[in-house]
Design a protein around this ligand. Structure first.
Ligand SMILES: [Mn+2]
Length: 345
């Protein structure tokens, strides 16, 4: 097969950052690998990919290579190779003899996004491997940032090729899951010809892409199905059909008792309503707070909108969120009204 790097080579900047990365790996004995605290298919897939790459660069040895995340790995990714080696920061803190790290690597977001793992990055050089346009503002010993990559997993694949390391079936599974997750099954606008090219190489390793995509990304727990039932039951639309919203009250959530990750991606079920333009999902929290997730199909910049409701809110132009104080009914009414007037302008 034609190498991806022959058709889409790293530019000189990425080459020099990748070379620095390799040097840092060679110099370091205890290496920390972490990813963003909101663990998802791309962050976990990329973390497992980098773990395998670092081990390969170390001649196949995994001693001294550690994976630590803010939270335990979501169940749905548990079948991926070496996912069981990812420690939560709580488990790491309980270790009797802790390694003293000389290098840290952060995937799919800067060290400021690693939650409670951030403390482990203090005082050690760090490597960033990421594809987010709003990059980390911090200093890195090596900054492997590729805005053209659909996902961090796509970028990690390029690193394997750059260092001439083979990608076996197990590594391919992790990287494929990340690409599919971030592109929404090759549907989102960041999907490029390059993305399909990388995916074709991963499929070539013989992965069962149908089975692993179902398992990691589409299958739901019983509790999640109950959430979906409620989501559709509570769904409302504005008279003109441009705003669609739904909610889960605290009482409803307590009754269902969902697991971590059960709510992930469910807002898409509202998004798929034809004619909808602005989508809002309200989730009642303890202590009179409501968490809101937004999606937009164009006119409304929901990142700005979320920030206008709460300065701590934000996200992307078409997908964002925030938390507001107040009762579920009051917050819903106020937010939908504001969305309505935004759409009228
Ligand atoms: Mn990503």
């Amino acid at each position: 097969m034609i190498k991806v790097s022959n058709v889409f080579p790293f530019d000189s900047q990425l080459q020099s950052e990748a070379d620095k990365f390799k040097k840092l790996i060679a110099q370091s004995k205890q290496i920390l690998i972490s990813s963003t605290s909101t663990s998802d298919g791309d962050s976990i897939g990329a973390q497992l990919g980098i773990y395998a790459l670092v081990a390969a660069l170390k001649g196949g040895k995994t001693d001294g290579i550690w994976m630590v995340d803010h939270s335990p790995v979501p169940n749905r990714y548990g079948f991926l190779k070496d996912a069981d080696k990812i420690l939560s920061i709580q488990d790491f803190d309980k270790l009797e003899s802790k390694p003293s790290f000389d290098l840290g690597i952060t995937l799919d977001g800067g060290t400021e996004r690693t939650g409670d793992v951030r403390k482990l990055f203090e005082k050690i050089p760090a490597v960033l491997v990421d594809h987010h346009a709003v990059g980390s503002p911090l200093e890195y010993a090596s900054r492997i940032l590729d805005l053209e990559a659909s996902s961090t997993c796509e970028l990690v694949y390029h690193l394997f090729e750059y260092f001439d390391m083979p990608v076996n079936k197990e590594i391919a599974e992790s990287l494929y899951i990340g690409i599919v997750f971030d592109t929404g099954f090759f549907k989102h606008s960041l999907t490029k010809p390059r993305t399909h090219f990388v995916a074709s190489h991963l499929v070539e390793t013989g992965i069962d892409f149908s089975k692993i995509s179902d398992k990691a990304l589409l299958e739901r727990t019983w509790e999640a199905q109950q959430l979906l039932k409620l989501l559709l039951n509570n769904m409302e639309k504005s008279n003109d059909g441009r705003i669609v919203s739904s909610h889960w009250s605290l009482a409803e959530l307590n009754k269902i008792n969902p697991r971590d990750g059960d709510q992930e991606g469910m807002i898409n079920q509202l998004y798929y309503l034809e004619g909808s333009e602005a989508i809002a999902l309200f989730v009642e929290k303890d202590e009179g707070e409501v968490k809101i997730s937004f999606r937009s199909k164009g006119k409304v910049n929901v990142a700005e909108f979320a920030r206008s409701l709460n300065p701590d809110g934000g996200g992307h132009v078409r997908a964002a969120g925030c938390v507001m104080k107040g009762s579920l009914a009051d917050v819903k009414l106020a937010v939908v009204k504001k969305l309505h007037s935004l759409l009228q302008t």
